[in-house]
Design a protein around this ligand. Structure first.
Ligand SMILES: [Cu+2]
Length: 305
């Protein structure tokens, strides 16, 4: 009936279908009974009102039936959800990092990807870390969803059971671009996965960090396009070496976008605010980016002119 793509999907679906069916039968039944009583017991001329006191039979029926139903809900829930906290010892270990407004998956040894790429039929444990506010990692096809809370070690695990591409969302409202905090889970067969992993390894082991990777891995491109279109922030295309009108304090000045300007824009964004954009949207990256990183970013921006 549903196409769940992980080992946990059946347990979740069974619980959902059971609770949904019970709710559905009850809403139909209660509504029908209500309509019946409204018509059948409406006030008619010449009817004497009668007084009723308790009915043991009714009391038993409406205690025992709901009790059985909620115990069944509990049973399905327990059987379906308890495995989510029992991670197999041989699970592959990955860390998902949530930040405004991007997911990143850390494979260890400095290997970080913005997509979650995994081999099929291998258990994986995903540790959940937030760099700023509360997020929630949701992969609907796998029926997994856990909060990503700063300072708290949460996790989820699953075994992907089908090759394919699946949506990853953030389901905890985390600010302006929450709705675009999207990613993909790509499930590959073992050979494709090994190829991807090895390619990836050679790419990240290159000595010079690529300016583009820095922009991507720090979530800059959630707000800055590289093709001239306006997002939350100005496009980075055609920035380097050109003039910018910025508000600095109370005055508008024209500055040249050189390396110094770019460094200042990244370390202290609110000190020179580009005209047409608002203060306070971009945080300072002073803690995250070294001056050498900014140099690679600037070198990359030069290529966008
Ligand atoms: Cu989020």
């Amino acid at each position: 009936m549903f196409t769940g793509a992980s080992n946990l999907a059946d347990g979740v679906d069974r619980t959902f279908v059971f609770i949904f069916s019970v709710a559905f039968i009850f809403i139909i039944g209660i509504t029908a009974f209500m309509i019946y009583t409204v018509i059948h017991f409406s006030r008619k001329k010449g009817n004497e009102a009668k007084q009723f006191t308790g009915s043991v039979k009714l009391e038993i029926i409406w205690t025992v039936i709901p009790l059985i139903l909620v115990m069944m809900m509990f049973y399905y829930g327990w059987v379906g959800f308890a495995p989510m906290r029992k991670v197999p010892a041989d699970a592959m270990k990955i860390t998902a990092i949530g930040r405004m407004w991007q997911w990143e998956f850390d494979y260890g040894n400095g290997m970080k990807s913005t997509e979650l790429v995994l081999p099929v039929n291998k258990p994986v444990r995903v540790a959940l870390k937030s760099e700023d506010v509360n997020h929630s990692l949701f992969i609907p096809a796998f029926r997994v969803k856990e909060d990503v809370i700063p300072g708290y070690d949460n996790y989820l695990w699953f075994v992907p059971t089908f090759i394919g591409e699946y949506e990853i969302l953030c389901t905890e409202y985390c600010g302006l671009l929450h709705s675009s905090m999207l990613s993909k889970a790509r499930i590959l067969n073992q050979a494709d996965y090994d190829n991807w992993f090895n390619d990836f390894k050679t790419k990240v082991s290159q000595p010079e960090p690529d300016g583009y990777l820095l922009l991507r891995n720090n979530g800059c491109i959630a707000c800055h396009s590289l093709d001239g279109s306006k997002l939350v922030g100005p496009s980075l295309k055609g920035l380097f070496g050109n003039e910018r009108i910025v508000t600095s304090g109370n005055s508008q000045i024209t500055v040249k976008a050189d390396e110094k300007y770019i460094l200042n824009s990244i370390y202290d964004p609110d000190s020179q605010v580009v005209s047409g954009f608002s203060k306070g949207l971009m945080k300072s990256y002073k803690e995250l980016l070294k001056e050498s990183d900014i140099k690679s970013i600037a070198a990359y921006l030069k290529t966008l002119n």
